[in-house]
Design a protein around this ligand. Structure first.
Ligand code: GLN
Length: 198
């Protein structure tokens, strides 16, 4: 039986993640309500707008179920806004911004600044033979990573050189960039492997 992997679908770029997962042989479903979440062995929280995501998750009564599943060990992968949703602490968030938490990291929203709203470039990813092509769109970076957090990638060029942009802590992982738009499925495969091994 293939793993069932959900994509949080109340807001954000859902479709590319569903495609990437389906291409890897997973059963991929959009998650808008608790009953859909209950079917999932793992979950991706996509890029989008984290301040809208948590509000919609509250409105659709998905926030607490998500928090519970994550705390119980459901493998979860957050990209960009999804990274913010999994962060224990957010800098430059809105005053009332809530996150699901789980990752012992502090992220800075829109960290790369206005001038470099969006940029792309090669990034070495831990364990991969060749760099990934990372696309950053109003992306956060990781300001602080706790002791149990593995750093998987850092920016390698420009003013943000050295900034942490991919992490893993047990069943949770997150990237500042958007692996779903590059047509390179290695990071999705890395996550599907975590789901299948759990
Ligand atoms: N800046 C957005 C946020 O704060 C994230 C941008 C993205 O996901 N592409 O949620």
């Amino acid at each position: 039986m293939p793993a069932t992997i959900g994509v949080f679908a109340l807001q954000g770029d859902v479709r590319e993640h569903l495609h990437a997962l389906t291409n890897l042989g997973a059963e991929a479903i959009g998650v808008r309500r608790p009953a859909e979440l209950a079917r999932c062995d793992g979950l991706i929280i996509p890029g989008g707008e984290s301040t809208t995501m948590y509000k919609l998750a509250r409105t659709f009564e998905l926030f607490e179920p998500l928090r519970e599943r994550i705390a119980e060990g459901m493998p979860t992968f957050g990209t960009c806004a999804g990274m913010i949703m999994l962060a224990g602490e957010v800098l430059d968030g809105t005053a009332d911004q809530e996150t699901l938490g789980g990752l012992d990291i502090t992220v800075r929203r829109n960290a790369f600044g206005r001038q470099v709203d969006s940029f792309e470039g090669p990034v070495a990813f831990d364990g991969f033979a060749d760099p990934v092509h990372a696309v950053f769109i109003r992306a956060p970076w990781v300001d602080r990573a706790g002791e149990g957090v593995e750093v998987l990638a850092r920016v390698e060029q420009g003013p943000a050189t050295g900034r942490i942009v991919a992490v893993r802590e047990g069943h949770l992982m997150a990237t500042s960039f958007h692996p779903e738009v590059s047509g390179d499925d290695r990071i999705h495969r890395y996550f599907v492997d975590i789901v299948e091994q759990s």
